[in-house]
Design a protein around this ligand. Structure first.
Ligand SMILES: [Zn+2]
Length: 135
C-alpha cells in the first residue's frame, strides 16, 4: 500500500508538471493545450483561438508550429464583449442587445485567410499568423 501511495503522489507530481507543459510552445506560432488542442493568436480578434487536432473533431493539423495548416476552416462564434458604457447601461437597469461575433478563417502554411463572414476588420483579408510572443 505504501508503494501505491508513493505512486499516487508521484503521478500527482507528474500531473502538475504536465499541466504546465500543456501550455508548451509548438514552433513560433502555436501553443499546445490540454485535450488535444492547439491555440493560435488570431490577429483579427486579438485573442487566441483553439483547434482540436487529436482527430476527435475532424480537424487536421500539419504538425508545423512555424507554418501551421489546419483543415477545414476554423469558425468561432460568440458575442462581442460589452463595453464599459453598455455595462453601465445594464447596471442602471437599461437593456443592451448582444452584438453577434463571427471569426471564420483558413489557416494555411502559417497564414490566416479570413472569410468575408467575419465581423472584424480583417474580413476578406489574408495575413501572416503572428508569432506567439511569451510575455
Ligand atoms: Zn479570430
Amino acid at each position: 500500500m505504501r508503494h501505491d501511495l508513493a505512486g499516487f503522489w508521484h503521478r500527482c507530481d507528474r500531473r502538475s508538471a504536465d499541466l504546465v507543459a500543456h501550455m508548451s510552445a509548438i514552433g513560433s506560432k502555436l501553443r499546445s493545450l490540454e485535450g488535444g488542442k492547439v491555440a493560435f493568436k488570431c490577429p483579427g480578434c486579438n485573442q487566441a483561438h483553439h483547434v482540436t487536432v487529436d482527430g476527435s473533431r475532424g480537424w487536421t493539423f500539419n504538425g508545423d508550429g512555424d507554418k501551421p495548416t489546419f483543415s477545414p476552416s476554423v469558425l468561432v462564434r460568440g458575442t462581442v464583449p460589452i463595453t464599459d458604457e453598455e455595462h453601465a447601461t445594464i447596471m442602471s437597469g437599461g437593456k443592451v442587445s448582444p452584438v453577434p461575433f463571427v471569426c471564420h478563417s483558413f489557416v494555411t502554411d502559417g497564414r490566416i485567410r479570413f472569410l468575408s463572414d467575419c465581423t472584424h476588420e480583417l474580413a476578406g483579408q489574408t495575413v501572416d499568423l503572428p508569432d506567439w510572443i511569451v510575455t
